[in-house]
Design a binder for this molecule. Structure first.
Ligand code: C5P
Length: 236
């Protein structure tokens, strides 16, 4: 077998099945307009520009009626799957849909539909940083602010030491077989996993943190759209 035959493939998974209730909008936040397109169109178009991806699985809400209107929906590398009630179940559904195609050693990059400003250079840092890694990892940002923990009354209970604290972003990049197994075990055990790294950590493994960019924001609140628009206008 030649080296090319044994080289792992790369797959993209886009959890996009959320309703984005914190946004308070009539449409889910991934379908809000951002610089003339929807948020999800920016995200998926950027991922389609990553020519190393073999295919892209987008997890949609079962009642989604907006996706077919997106130009990226007709790209031959894009497929959809029905997501779940939490982000982790949406990711699991997409991973299962890759069964029979993805090899256990293949890499999967999971990227939120609502992070439209992801830069090519940061994805390249992720790939380069993890190429020889046994576990995988994620883009993240060191915490710059002073961090407080609140009590139930909204008063400061403690000031945390920010040394060594990072904010997790996406893409998160793990081996297909390991991610599928860890996520399945975590969910079977009713563990709360808000990102892929958390599932890997529950298996006793330590994902690597790769420094990303502040522009890779997650659209959560209405003001985030203006921030994202400003980043896109700056060519991010
Ligand atoms: O709600 P939050 O900002 O954490 O969502 C992050 C990403 O996960 C979004 O792209 C959202 O569409 C997706 N998601 C999902 N399935 C859910 C909830 C969220 O795919 N049940």
């Amino acid at each position: 077998m030649s080296e090319a035959d044994t080289r792992p493939c790369y797959w993209g998974v886009v959890p996009a099945a959320g309703l984005g209730e914190r946004m308070g909008a009539a449409v889910p936040k991934q379908y809000l307009e951002l610089a003339g397109q929807t948020v999800i169109s920016h995200t998926v178009q950027r991922m389609l520009d990553w020519e190393f991806l073999q295919g892209l699985l987008v997890a949609l809400h079962r009642d989604d009626k907006w996706w077919p209107q997106q130009a990226v929906a007709s790209d031959r590398r894009v497929e959809t799957v029905v997501g779940g009630d939490q982000r982790c179940y949406s990711v699991l559904a997409a991973l299962k849909a890759l069964g029979g195609r993805a090899a256990p050693q293949d890499w999967v990059l999971v990227h939120d539909a609502v992070r439209p400003c992801i830069r090519r250079e940061d994805v390249e840092s992720l790939r380069t940083g993890l190429e020889q890694d046994a576990v995988g990892g994620l883009l993240a940002l060191p915490v710059a602010e002073t961090v407080k923990r609140a009590d139930t009354d909204g008063r400061v209970e403690a000031t945390l030491d920010r040394q060594g604290l990072w904010l997790a972003q996406t893409p998160q990049m793990f081996r297909y077989g390991q991610l599928l197994d860890c996520l399945q075990v975590a969910l079977d055990n009713d563990e709360q996993v808000t990102d892929e790294a958390a599932a890997i950590e529950l298996a006793g493994l330590q994902p690597r943190l790769i420094a990303g960019a502040g522009s890779n924001i997650k659209i959560t609140m209405p003001a985030d759209l203006a921030t994202a628009e400003a980043w896109l206008a700056r060519g991010e």
